[in-house]
Design a protein around this ligand. Structure first.
Ligand code: RRO
Length: 316
């Protein structure tokens, strides 16, 4: 059964690839993704100038997930532009993630990647780890202007937006309005859950230098599924959604598709397991599809509300 999907004129085979930030900052990591079974290569969120990121330790994992305060370490658009032709040999779609340190940086960063012929742009409005800089996605006017500016120069190249988990659906409604108005091509949800903290009780210290970071992994799967479904409904299934958050198994991928995702990204589990995670997930997803006797595409948005069963004690 097909684990692939096709949208915005891009073929994802399988419909599983890396989340921006996970294993995609250096040339070696990007080549690793190319050699893996990932269905696309997504480059680390890129700022106009290269950045070394926040002080270490800045990444932590446990059995339930991860916490990061990376602070956008990336090689900058010039370097990624140089690497891009070598990534073409892997014959996968290549997507660039754009993260301006200021609103007027989004267009020049995007232009570098458009010149290099990337297959899509994912505009990251939700970096949680820049101290003193709020996530842009909560400022709807700023978000609209940035997306409009990038859309204006992108021509036929699809432009998507990467969003944070919104704590109330009123925010999803406002963002969905912008997405529809500007004809944004896809939506990626969710970025990590911001300003979380882990504390080691024996050492009596935070697990990362910056104390606060973005939460990912198993902890966030229900949050991600809720956001995928919200946007699926608000956009009436007409704008493809990339589901991201808590994918560890083929069943998790099925859940994201049932919620409304058309493809998925893997972050925490990729960091834990390395790029061989994609071969395992593709196999597990394929097995789940065999059991259901359907393709990945058939699953999109298929989850329905639970009905009360006869005799079931669910009265409160
Ligand atoms: O680099 C980061 O600290 C980072 C980014 Br840009 C992002 O979008 N999400 C995240 O969890 N970390």
């Amino acid at each position: 059964m097909s684990t692939g999907n096709n949208f915005c004129g891009i073929n994802f085979q399988p419909a599983i690839f890396n989340a921006s930030g996970a294993w995609c900052a250096s040339e070696t990591e990007l080549r690793d993704l190319g050699k893996s079974s990932a269905g696309a290569i997504l480059i680390k969120s890129t700022t106009l100038e290269p950045r070394s990121g926040n002080d270490k330790p800045r990444f932590f994992t446990n059995e339930f997930g991860s916490l990061n305060s990376m602070g956008l370490p990336n090689l900058g658009p010039q370097k990624y532009k140089e690497i891009l032709p070598t990534l073409r040999q892997y014959k996968k779609p290549i997507i660039a993630s754009i993260a301006g340190m200021s609103p007027d940086h989004f267009v020049p960063i995007s232009q570098h990647y458009l010149d290099a012929g990337v297959d899509a742009l994912e505009v990251n409005l939700s970096c949680p780890n820049l101290v003193g800089k709020p996530q842009i996605a909560f400022d709807f006017e700023k978000s609209r202007n940035i997306l409009q500016d990038v859309k204006n120069i992108a021509g036929k190249t699809p432009v998507g937006v990467k969003l944070p988990p919104y704590p109330d659906p009123i925010f999803n409604i406002q963002m969905a309005h912008i997405i529809r108005e500007l004809k944004i091509d896809f939506v990626t949800v969710i970025n990590s859950v911001p300003h979380c903290a882990f504390i080691d009780s024996e050492k009596e210290e935070f697990v990362i230098k910056n104390k606060f970071g973005g939460l990912g992994g198993k902890y966030v799967k229900p949050v991600a599924l809720g956001q995928v479904r919200r946007f699926y409904e608000l956009l009436e299934g007409k704008v493809p959604i990339i589901g991201c958050g808590g994918i560890e198994t083929g069943k998790d991928i099925v859940e994201h598709f049932l919620a409304g995702a058309s493809t998925v990204q893997v972050g925490t589990q990729l960091m834990k397991e390395g790029p061989q995670v994609f071969a395992r997930l593709e196999k597990e997803f394929s097995e789940e599809l065999e059991k259901k006797n359907c393709t990945a595409k058939d699953l999109v948005g298929r989850a329905k509300p639970r009905e009360k069963q006869l005799g079931e004690m669910l009265d409160y």
